[in-house]
Design a protein around this ligand. Structure first.
Ligand code: SDX
Length: 432
């Protein structure tokens, strides 16, 4: 991990300090500045962690300049072509792809944890019917800690494993319950003879009066959405999970913190915001006018589903999602889908416009995922819940890795203080 390289910081009159440089297996080297304050009396200033590696990790790697993504060393294109979501979960959690026996054991355990404690149902009835489903999912996932006391010792590896199974298994049930509650339909209980994704679709769309017919093309499409959203190194919600977990908080609380962070429109909420944006543009003839507005910094308009902190090239997940979009729309005879055509027109204009080209702004995973989800019958307000479902496994893998890392410390950044200097409190009668 550490190399022979050193970085030297010089400041003031002839002052300098040396810092070790660490190398990973791929990607940029990092300067180990843990001794910076002791050696120099200074901190670093890096809002948004633009240049800060806040941990070491062996789970996911992104080459943002080229536009490549790897889960445990496997390119996302190969994973998307050859694996299903449970295999990806196994890979992220365990480091290796499962063989047939390991896969079947894993699926068996996850399947047997899909039901939630029956009293948890009552949490939903405490929410208003028009509550955003992300508010319900965030609250209910946090509440799991109140039900599963037997797996909260984060220092016990067996507890960590059982919590991981519970979260991966129960999150589809909770997401589907949030949806059913919001539309006033009864909850549909999980069925163990179905695959992970089939089961989720049935819990979302079946009603007691009518069984849900499973369509393999649509199941594969949703499974691909899950795969593409499963992990993405140190994004905002994952960093939030790690930060919450660094204090020793239980995994359910940490994942609830991640869900809260994911909800924002700059992050996982972008899929919902992107579809709302497409709806508000209306049709392809309005694209130039919208692009003009986005380029006007005073308008506050953004091209949702575009841009990324790490990808300065096409997000490889967006390419795969575009492919899936075609498959789903063909299957459903929606080849002329208005919003899909509009999205492609918007993408074409943006990719040729100097504003986006010079800033290296390309479509990200959320640009096409909303169109696929809408075609699957998932309402816009549920899009970020789907992202939550998929990302839960990544959050747990990252949380477990952090617990096992001896370098982990409570996340406690420093600041550049710009407030008042020391002053005295005057009696209230003398204050202006
Ligand atoms: C996800 O990090 C991850 O890995 C996240 C994610 C994951 O899997 O976990 O990939 C999932 O969150 C995808 C991103 C979804 N968000 C959106 O689609 C929302 C729209 N995108 C932007 O808000 C933005 O691009 C971010 C938040 C994604 C990235 O922000 P950065 O890295 O802080 O970049 P920036 O805001 O500093 O932008 C640089 C420039 C600015 O212009 P200038 O001030 O230099 O003139 O690009 C402009 C920005 O104004 N810009 C955009 C834009 N995104 C950036 N202008 C118009 N439309 C946009 N979408």
């Amino acid at each position: 991990m550490s190399s022979d390289k050193k970085a030297v910081l010089s400041w003031g009159e002839g002052k300098s300090a040396e810092f070790p440089v660490m190398s990973g297996t791929m990607g940029a080297d990092v300067v180990d500045i843990r001794s910076l304050y002791a050696k120099t009396g200074m901190f670093t200033y890096d809002p948004g962690f633009m240049s800060t590696a806040h941990c070491r990790s062996s789970i996911t790697y992104i080459d943002g300049d080229v536009g490549e993504l790897f889960y445990r060393g496997y390119p996302i294109e190969q994973i998307a072509a050859h694996c299903d979501f449970p295999e990806v979960c196994y890979l992220l959690l365990n480091g290796e792809l499962p063989n047939a026996k390991q896969r079947s054991d894993f699926v068996n355990i996850v399947t047997r944890h899909t039901m939630v404690h029956d009293q948890l149902n009552r949490f939903f009835t405490g929410f208003r019917r028009d509550a955003h489903p992300m508010a319900m999912v965030c609250g209910v996932v946090g509440a799991l800690a109140a039900f599963y006391h037997d797996s909260l010792d984060i220092h016990n590896p067996e507890h960590r494993t059982i919590s991981a199974f519970r979260l991966v298994a129960k999150i589809p049930t909770i997401v589907a319950m949030a949806y059913k509650y919001s539309i006033g339909q009864p909850f549909v209980y999980p069925r163990n003879d179905l695959s992970y994704t089939e089961n989720f679709m049935r819990m979302m769309f079946a009603v007691p009066a009518e069984e849900y017919k499973i369509n393999d093309v649509l199941v594969r499409a949703l499974d691909r959405i899950f795969i593409l959203h499963a992990d993405h190194e140190q994004n905002a919600s994952t960093a939030t999970v790690r930060s919450a977990g660094s204090s020793g908080a239980n995994p359910f609380a940490c994942i609830a913190a991640g869900i809260a962070s994911l909800w924002g429109p700059a992050h996982g909420g972008a899929n919902e915001a992107c579809l709302n944006m497409l709806e508000s543009i209306g049709d392809a003839s309005k694209v130039p006018e919208f692009i003009k507005k986005v380029k006007d910094k005073n308008s506050g308009a953004m091209l949702m589903g575009f841009g990324h902190r790490v990808y300065k090239n096409y997000d490889p997940r967006a390419k795969l999602m575009h492919e899936t979009c075609h498959e789903v729309l063909n299957e459903l005879n929606l080849k002329d889908d208005r919003l899909f055509k509009l999205a492609m027109a918007l993408e074409k204009v943006a990719l040729e416009d100097d504003y986006f080209v010079s800033r290296k702004l390309y479509p990200n995973v959320d640009f096409y995922s909303g169109i696929v989800q809408r075609a699957l019958g998932i309402p816009t307000a549920m899009f970020t819940c789907i992202f939550t479902l998929a990302r839960t496994v990544g959050w747990i893998a990252q949380w477990s890795e952090m617990i096992g890392d001896q370098d982990s410390k409570i996340a406690r950044p420093r600041q550049l203080y710009t407030g008042s200097t020391s002053r005295n409190v005057s009696p209230i009668a003398q204050r202006k």
